[in-house]
Design a protein around this ligand. Structure first.
Ligand code: DGP
Length: 208
């Protein structure tokens, strides 16, 4: 048995980080070992460049910044794999699906956007927290960062929704519902996996 690799994706204002932290706590409280990753990880050298870009303190060409986001995932992939081998559940706040959705929403071809992430550890479960731009606005609207604009979020949402058709372990969650209800829906999917899973870890966009 190895640990399960669980990715939480979602739009800005979907409650993604809150829900990921709640899951983290709940797994810990159940006495199981769990490791939390968040992308972009702004603490590394690459992550600091991404952070400056997102806060509009640096300009980078669209392909170049995309490759940095991907490199940020690759630099942490060995730690993810080790945690899984050690039997820990890995929770990951955003992953390559964000990468492909955000960059392709700028007009770059989706296959190109996916290519640098091909071969990363593949998740056993992806929970996609979906929210309409209207609901997001009710929650106080978007923040100050580069992509936090309604038009961009609408395009990103459409690309995210396309991953459902890839046939992977993709589960859409209505994140417009009250927080506790969303937590329970997510726990219904995550709870059965925290004991660990059988089988080799798959490779993203390589293994069926
Ligand atoms: P967060 O720290 O979760 O607020 O995410 C930062 C922003 O970066 C958010 O608007 C989503 C975006 N983002 C995350 N991963 C990628 C990526 O790989 N590529 C691009 N272009 N944007 C990303």
């Amino acid at each position: 048995m190895r640990g399960a690799f669980i990715v939480i994706e979602g739009l800005d204002r979907s409650g993604k980080s809150t829900q990921t932290n709640l899951l983290h706590e709940r797994i810990r409280a159940s006495g199981r070992q769990v490791e939390l990753f968040k992308f972009p990880d702004r603490t590394t050298t690459i992550g600091q460049m991404i952070d400056a870009y997102l806060r509009s303190q640096a300009e980078l060409e669209d392909h170049a910044i995309h490759l940095l986001f991907s490199a940020n995932r690759w630099e942490l992939a060995p730690r993810i794999e080790q945690s899984l081998k050690d039997g820990k559940t890995v929770l990951c706040d955003r992953y390559a699906f964000s990468g492909a959705s955000f960059t392709s929403s700028k007009g770059l071809p989706l296959p190109w956007c996916k290519s640098p992430d091909v071969g990363l550890p593949a998740p056993d479960l992806v929970l996609f927290l979906d929210i309409t731009p209207e609901k997001a606005a009710e929650r106080g609207g978007y923040g100050e960062e580069r992509y936090e604009k309604r038009e961009m979020q609408e395009r990103v949402r459409e690309v995210f929704k396309g991953f459902q058709d890839e046939g992977g372990p993709w589960v859409e969650v209505d994140a417009g519902r009250p927080l506790e209800e969303v937590t329970e829906v997510m726990w219904g999917k995550v709870g059965p996996l925290v004991k660990g899973v059988e089988g080799e870890l798959k490779r993203l966009w390589v293994d069926g």
